[in-house]
Design a protein around this ligand. Sequence first.
Ligand SMILES: [Zn+2]
Length: 248
Amino acid sequence: MGWVDTHCHLQLDEREPETLLTRAVSVDWVVVPGVDAESSKSAIELASRHPERVLPSAGLHPHDAAAWPDQASDISRLAPEVAAIGETGLDFYRNLAPRADQIAAFRSQIELAIQFDKPIIVHCRDAFSEVFSIVEETGAGPRSVLHCWTGGPRWTRRFMDLGVIFSFAGPVAFETGETVRLGAAQVPPERALVETDTPYLAPPPHRGQPNEPEWVALVGAALAEVWGLPVEQVAAITSSNASRVFRR
Ligand SMILES: [Zn+2]
């Protein structure tokens, strides 16, 4: 059994998605999240060309949250065709959209996920307490995939109580990733996914290069080390978690 890369923006990469999929020999399938209406449509289109290896997601990234009023109807229309809603969430680190707009777009996308009974892919950067309150209040915990989870032990335990699933990316393998690893140590393998966030966040020894799905194995190997488990077992568990969460 191979890996599942639960978050890679193949449709935003300047390289051909087919090239990256062909190179991903240890990856069974991937999730390609949209960041706006257009990239959500390209994710769906890519998935229709590779139904055996690609699942699409539709959503509006917090960086572009100010566009929600314009894009809401387009993204809602795509909801029945996708495996998940997102990527949505809050980014109070870069603050590329006003916080109130980010919160409004996040809440609306949670409602959409609930309405269509889909998982929701959540970006959370420097916004742990705000994301926590919204997920708690909406009861969306069990359908929430916390993408590129970088929380330390305390936030990890709090979010775990909401029933979320944690998706780990390159930072768990970074030399500077000690906090992420301490957080990951709190997560039972049954509650974890792995991802690359291609083309961003390449894990060592590829840091600084454009990331690609095949390197999800390096993320998985870092998690295996944190948990003291054989790498094959981490691949098997996280891939079966991915099938459960994304219903594949
Ligand atoms: Zn992303």
